[in-house]
Each structure stands twice: as C-alpha cells, then as structure tokens.
Design a protein around this ligand. Structure first.
Ligand code: NDP
Ligand code: VHF
Length: 597
C-alpha cells in the first residue's frame, strides 16, 4: 500500500489523498509450471513476481502461462470537504494540475464532510467524484462526537461508473472521460479476452441459479396483485430460462469477432487504400422493462460489441437486476480488471434518467425498450440519438389461400405462446371469404387456448356474441386478441399500416405471389410468411440474444444483436498523397472484395 497527495480543485490546503493498493498476482499453478519444465525453487518466485523465466530446456515461460487471474491494486481517493484542518503533511506534488485520479479511475472516493455541512455538500462531492473518476462514493461525517460512516445518508448507489448523484454530476459538466473509460478499455481487450468474459458470465449465471431464483422470487412476491398476470410471467425467471440465457451468451461468444471487420474496401488511387471497418458505438444507455433476463443479454451484446453500458431496468425487477448486475460486475473485476465493474452501471431509479439524458457528450445512444409513452418521452427529452424499441401491435393475416391447419396453429402460437411479449399477435385478420369456414375455427382454437377474442367492426356482424374490440390499435399484452375480417390482401395491408406499430407482421398463405406481395409491401421491422410472430426475437433469429426489437428505422431495425450496436469508421492508408485541388492523385476507385483482404 502506498499513498500520494492529489490536488482537489483550487484548494490545495484541503486534505486529498490517493491511496494505491498493491496489485495481487494470481495463484501459481504448480502442476502447470512443473509440466512446463520449471523446477521448484527461485523460478517459482520470479514467475509470481511477474517475471518471464527460462525453463530447464531454455524455453521462455511467461507468468501468464502459469498464474491464475490476479487482482489489480485498487485506488481510493480520500478528500476532506469541510474546511477542517488538513491532516497528514501534504506531499509535494509533481503537478498541481494533475487530475486527482492521476488519469486512472478510482474504485472509490471517500469524502469527509462536516456533519453540519452535509446538506450543502452534494455538489462538491459530485465534483470530487468526477475529479477522481470514482466508481463509488462513501461519505464520512465528522462532528464533536468524532467520525462516522454515514450508512444513513442516501446510499451512494454504484450507478454511472459509480457517480453517486446524477443530478449533481450533470451539473458538474462531466468531461466525457468518466464513462467511456470503461468502453475504451474494453475495446483495448483482445477478442479472446472479451469472449472469456462472456463465457465466465454464462458460467456464473448457471452457478448462481439458486440465488438468482431466490432474488427473483422476492421480486415476484412483491409484485403479486400489483401487475397483471402476463407481466408477472415476464418477471419470472426459471431454471430453464437461466440455462437458455447462458446458452445464448455462449453463442454470442462463439460468433465471429465483430470489431474491426472490413465491410468494404476501395483503392482510391495508387498506394491510397480506404477501408470501412466496424467499431463500437461507444456508451449506451438502455432502459428496459421489468424483465430480468434482458439484463445479461444486453450486457453480453455490449461486451461483444465493445460498448460501455448504463442500464435502467423496470422497478418490479429491482432485486433480480441488482443481483445479476453484481454477479456480472464481479466477473468483470476478476477477469478484466483493467476494464472493471464500471463498464456496466445500473441505474435504479427513473428519477436519474432525466439527468443522464442531458449528457449528450458522454452517452452516444439511448435505447428505450418499453411502451410508446416511454419511447416518445425519451425522444422528446434528449439530444442523444434514440433507437426506440416500442410496443408491438402485431397482426397475423390468414389469407384466402391459407392452409387451415397452419393458420390455426400459427394464430394460436402467435398469441398464446407468450401473450405479454411485444412480438405476440394482437389482431388476427381473416380473409372475408373464410368468414364461415376458417374464421369460426380460429375463434374456437383461440378460445380453447384460453384467449378472449374481441371482434372488430366487420367481424362483429359475423360473430355478434363476441365482445367488441374497443379499438383496432391496441396492445393487449394478455390472453386477449382482436379478430377482424378483411376483403383482400390490400385491405389487410392497409389495416396493418393504419393500426400496427411496425414491429412484426405475419401472413399465412400457400400462394407464393400473395406471400411475396405481403412481404414486400408491408412496412414493418419483421415480416413472416407461414411462421409465428413469436420468432421475431434475437435468440430465435440466431443473434444469440437481443437488446430488444427496434421499431425505429435507423440505424437498426427488428431484433438488435451485436451488429445493431456497431457503427463504422473509414480508415485511409496512404504514403504522402495530397488532394491539391484534385490534381494530387489519379483516382482509380477500384472496389476491392473485403474477403480477399
Ligand atoms: N420492442 C421491444 O423490444 C419491446 C417492447 N416492449 C413494449 O413495452 C411495453 C410494456 O412495457 P412496460 O412494462 O409497460 O414498461 P414501461 O414502458 O412502463 O417501462 C419500461 C422501462 O422504462 C422506464 N420508464 C418508463 N417511463 C419512464 C420515464 N418517463 N422516464 C424514465 N424511465 C421511464 C420504466 O421504469 P420504472 O419501472 O422505474 O417505472 C422501465 O424501466 C409494451 O408495449 C411492450 O410491447 C417491451 C419489451 C421489448
Ligand atoms: N425477446 C422476446 C420478445 C421481445 C420482448 O422482449 O418482449 P417483452 O416480453 O415485452 O419484454 C421473446 O420473444 O422472448
């Protein structure tokens, strides 16, 4: 352990210390070392100290070959903000201008405040947290009775890279280095290291299934009677769901490295080569509903794509999310200490969102995943680009040439498989020519699956006993569905465009030309032919997982996986070429095949 003093703002008389903990090397794997031809003795000590050694045959053995994961030395900034007399002798500083953290994020900021001044200290603490790039803030107060660690004060939640109070932080004008630090460090990791983290997260989820289920059971218990049954189902985690989650994360790990992928290449002129490569977007703020399995999926996609993350989950899932986040944070700290837990921050309260939405110099993309109200609110409250994942008013159109067995099964699966999902069908459209043949069978099959069928204006004339649908533009998110009759394909498409939300639309028909017309004319993120709307999902589409299903048009649409979290960068390599009013080179503009590079 060593310490140095560090300046805080423009008042060098105040106590401010930077405490550095010595790093811990990993455990030496004696068996592995002996297998590599290292005899017990001083070489073991050298390897433990991080030195490369020569084995008995003179081959170089590096510490990484025989040491388990180590722990980096933590850094804690200590500041005294109350004007109390300075404590230990300040050590002369190399530069008073140096940032308090010496450029590296601190694990924690310990702030000492006069008890009487606590109420007014928030802004100063926020500024100190910013200067220290602190991931966590711990307050101590001091009065006549001595020092006290203030557990009673609003807990300093580990939120945006740990900053304790986002409102204060927003006022403190972050310089953009605090949050992206983790993202930059993530990009510096090798593909193997990021893959290793994903595998470790998948293993951790499975290993802690019981604890996760216990935290989830508390969330479910607390929400019973307060939310609808279908929303409760969305909140519930089960062992099979956790196993599928882990498998999804492993499949993301198996995917081809997404960063630095050459998407196109052009020879601009002799010796002047242009490449377009894939890069991460940067820092993402993702707001999602009370569905805890979304958290590890989103984290895995962000890690694979090299993005930093701020997460805000639905309040009903608070305990499940907190545990999942803590498990992931531990993996990050253990496996990639250079990146650390700060890469993924969990915001717990809706109140913190407004301050974050102001940080357009820090956050690169906001993805609100939830109802239309949420998405519109975010769009109107920020200058940060927004990729909306809004509601799913999905239709299944049963064409005159539909195979009846497929039509019945697809209608039932699209609604009843998981009624609360945004990709569940909300309206079944049936060709009018089938009003007396297929339509009653559809009503029957849906009823048998426990679904209440609500008749639209035309269907009501044919099925007067059914309850009326109050509107055709409604997301039931429950075991309810609307039924409407349409005269032909064009009317079906018109109905979909008038009432749908651009999420997922399905046609059931055996006529290829009708299917093609539907698939090309319908304007939605996902269009399916003879397949359930429920396939519209990142895991089922083979993306491993999803952030959600984008109902926005730019830049990603439909289930958003790793690719949806990337942007591009042009890289031009030359050897001194100039533009010189476009006379400097002879343009060739030869398109290269990226696969040949
Ligand atoms: N397209 C897609 O991928 C998805 C779409 N959906 C759609 O979401 C809807 C259901 O979601 P629902 O459970 O109602 O979720 P909400 O839209 O009510 O909330 C989702 C999240 O947004 C937060 N939130 C809501 N309003 C605000 C606000 N004004 N400021 C800050 N945060 C806010 C909530 O916080 P808090 O919990 O604290 O209130 C929660 O974390 C359905 O329409 C469904 O189709 C759902 C999942 C995926
Ligand atoms: N991925 C989902 C669908 C999209 C989704 O997240 O929906 P929701 O259940 O509203 O959170 C699924 O089919 O399982």
């Amino acid at each position: 352990m060593r310490w140095s003093s560090a300046p805080l703002g423009d008042d060098p008389t105040r106590l401010s210390l930077l405490v550095h903990e010595a790093p811990e090397t990993g455990q030496l794997d004696v068996e592995a070392a002996e297998k590599l031809g290292i005899s017990r003795g001083p070489l073991f000590g050298k390897l433990k100290r991080g030195e490369t050694v020569l084995n008995d045959e003179g081959r170089r053995i590096s510490p990484a070959d025989v040491l388990g994961p180590g722990r980096r030395g933590r850094r804690v900034a200590v500041v005294e903000l109350s004007g109390l007399p300075a404590a230990p002798e300040p050590v002369p500083l190399p530069s008073m201008q140096a940032p308090m953290s010496e450029g590296t994020p601190c694990d924690a900021l310990v702030a000492l405040v006069d008890r009487a001044a606590v109420d007014g200290a928030g802004d100063a603490i926020a500024r100190a947290a910013l200067a220290a790039k602190a991931r966590e803030v711990i307050y101590w107060t001091r009065d006549a009775d001595g020092l006290r660690c203030q557990a009673g004060l609003p807990a300093p939640p580990v939120t945006v890279a740990g900053a304790h109070d986002l409102h204060d932080l927003a006022r403190a004008e972050p310089n953009g280095e605090l949050w992206p630090a983790g993202s930059g460090a993530l990009q510096a990791l090798s593909s193997e290291e990021r893959v290793d983290v994903l595998r470790a997260i998948a293993d951790t989820l499975e290993a802690h299934t019981d604890e996760i289920l216990a935290a989830n059971a508390e969330d479910v218990e607390a929400s019973k009677g307060k939310i609808s049954d279908s929303l409760l189902q969305r909140l519930i985690l089960k062992p099979a769901k956790i196993a599928q989650l882990a498998e999804g994360i492993r499949s993301i790990a198996r995917q081809e490295e997404p960063l630095g992928h050459v998407l196109s290449a052009t020879q601009i002129a002799e010796g002047l080569e242009l490449r377009k490569i894939s890069v991460p977007i940067g820092v993402l703020l993702i707001i999602f509903e009370a569905r805890p399995d979304a958290l590890p999926q989103i984290v895995a996609l962000a890690i694979r794509s090299g993005n930093g993350l701020l997460l805000k989950g639905g309040k009903e899932a608070a305990r499940s999310n907190a545990l999942l986040h803590a498990l992931i944070a531990r993996v990050l700290d253990e496996r990639v200490p250079a990146v650390g837990a700060g890469l993924v921050s969990l915001v717990t309260s809706r109140d913190e969102i407004d301050a974050l939405l102001k940080l357009d110099d820090v956050i690169d993309l906001v993805i609100p995943r939830g109802g239309n109200a949420l998405v519109s609110y975010i769009q109107h409250s920020t200058r940060i680009p927004v990729l909306g994942h809004a509601d799913g008013i999905c239709h299944v159109y049963l064409d005159v040439d539909a195979d009846p067995a497929k039509a019945l099964a697809i209608a039932v699966d699209s609604k009843a498989d998981y009624p609360a999902a945004c990709n569940a069908a909300e309206t079944i459209l049936v060709h009018e020519a089938l009003a007396d043949s297929l339509a009653p069978r559809v009503v029957e099959a849906l009823k048998n699956a426990g679904v209440t069928v609500h008749a639209g204006p035309r269907a009501a004339a044919r099925f007067p006993d059914l309850p009326r649908a109050e509107t055709m533009r409604h997301e039931y998110s429950s075991l309810d569905v609307a039924l409407e009759l349409v005269p032909d394909l064009d009317a079906a498409i018109e109905h979909i465009h008038a009432n749908g939300s651009g999420h997922t639309e399905v046609i059931v028909t055996e006529d290829a030309a009708t299917a093609d017309a539907f698939l090309s004319k319908v304007d939605a993120a996902c269009v399916h032919h003879n397949a359930s709307s429920r396939f519209s999902d990142g895991f089922r589409y083979g993306l491993g997982a999803e952030v959600g299903i984008s109902t926005g048009r730019i830049h990603a649409r439909g289930p958003v996986g790793v690719e949806g979290l990337l942007t591009t960068k042009f890289v031009l390599r030359g050897n001194g070429q100039l533009v010189a009013k476009d006379t400097g080179v002879k343009y060739t503009h030869v398109i290269r095949d990226p696969r040949s590079l």
